[in-house]
Design a protein around this ligand. Structure first.
Ligand SMILES: Cc1ncc(COP(=O)(O)O)c(C=O)c1O
Length: 359
């Protein structure tokens, strides 16, 4: 960059958005690269947007998103003062990081994990302390604890972890809570919580009720299928929420997004049925791949991780040829979202071919 700027920004790796479905002559193609919900939006949600929000486009939204906040407070049995909305949970995490950390401060998180973490941390001028995952893709809890020191301002736990889809147990999450000083916040990023069927998993809201330093981040992007509208939220102690609101993007959460979120909270039964269908599809794919002889972490999200190492790019090319855009981490592995049933069947077929080819 030829203009005066913060040199640290040059070190930020650009966020790599999941690629769109490839164009393959004479063949249907699918985008399974961004952990989205493949179901179309619920008619009741579309209707809520049509009938309410679109008539108010000339007005700023309610900055605090009070109607949604109150609904969420009732759902979780907390005070509205414990909740802040953001443009997706990405913004909520950004608010939290800029609240607690700046130059000289450290933020500890597992790696690989959500690729926005290093971008957000570096953007705040703070230092990332990335703790490598265990060989099974799970958080290395002992190493996370050992990485905490007097410079630590935040510890992030991603459950289930993107991209490895692993879950952290309640016992391990409690070990982290016991080890971290009570004035250092611990963020539980639970973007995929609704898909987490792991027995004994940590549930951050339980910890929030027991510890003074827990922040929970949730989103409407995944199970609720509203990725395009950008709305998520954090649940945290009141003073943390106060601080986060100070650094929030003013009017960041649109009225359209708020209307859709409210309508989605009214349709939780329908959305739960969709989550069950996605989990069933995930389990179908996992079972088929295990029969084929693949070894990969048991997934507890709406995606799974194939640790392919140096064969990653070769395998990714086969998926592309079959009309499937996956999220490729060169030299490490491929993250595959659970998509339409036809897409999932195509994934199984590609994996079969890869196995036959010696992968
Ligand atoms: C672990 C994790 N956290 C948070 C997010 C943010 O999602 P959003 O900003 O759409 O709420 C994602 C999105 O992929 C994610 O994978």
């Amino acid at each position: 960059m030829t203009f005066q700027h913060r040199a640290i920004i040059d070190t930020i790796p650009g966020y790599k958005q999941g690629k769109p479905a490839p164009q393959v002559e004479g063949q249907r193609s699918y985008k399974i690269s961004s952990n989205e919900n493949a179901f179309d939006p619920l008619p009741s949600v579309v209707d809520a947007i049509d009938s309410h929000a679109l008539t108010r486009l000339n007005r700023y939204p309610d900055m605090r998103g009070w109607a949604v906040v109150e609904r969420l407070a009732a759902k979780y049995g907390v005070e509205p003062e414990n909740i802040v909305l953001g443009c997706g949970s990405t913004e909520v995490i950004t608010m939290l990081v800029s609240l607690v950390a700046g130059p000289g401060d450290e933020i500890v998180y597992p790696w690989r994990s959500f690729e926005a973490y290093p971008i957000i941390v570096t953007g705040a001028g703070a230092t990332s302390v990335q703790v490598p995952n265990l060989p099974d893709g799970g958080h290395d809890v002992d190493a996370l604890i050992a990485a905490v020191n007097e410079r630590t301002r935040l510890v992030i736990v991603n459950n289930p972890n993107n991209p490895t889809a692993t879950s952290i147990s309640d016992a391990d999450a409690r070990r982290i809570m016991q080890a971290v000083p009570s004035d250092v916040l611990v963020l539980f990023d639970e973007a995929y919580i609704q898909f987490n069927t792991a027995e004994g998993t940590s549930v951050a809201m339980d910890l929030f009720r027991e510890y003074p330093n827990v922040v929970v981040a949730h989103t409407f992007s995944k199970a609720y299928g509203l990725a395009g509208l950008r709305i998520g939220y954090a649940i945290a102690p009141e003073d943390v929420i106060d601080g986060m609101r100070k650094v929030a993007l003013p009017f960041g959460v649109t009225d359209v997004a708020q209307s859709a979120a409210l309508a989605s909270l009214d349709a939780e039964d329908e959305l739960e049925a969709r989550v069950e269908a996605i989990v069933a599809e995930r389990d179908r794919v996992v079972a088929a791949l295990q029969v084929q002889g693949w070894e990969f972490p048991q997934p507890y999200a709406n995606f799974f991780w194939l640790p392919l190492g140096d064969r990653t790019e070769a395998a990714a090319a086969e998926f592309l040829k079959a009309g499937l855009s996956t999220r490729v981490f060169p030299g490490e592995g491929i993250r595959i979202s659970i998509g339409e049933p036809e897409a999932n069947t195509a994934v199984i077929e590609v994996c079969e071919r890869l196995k036959t080819a010696g992968f």
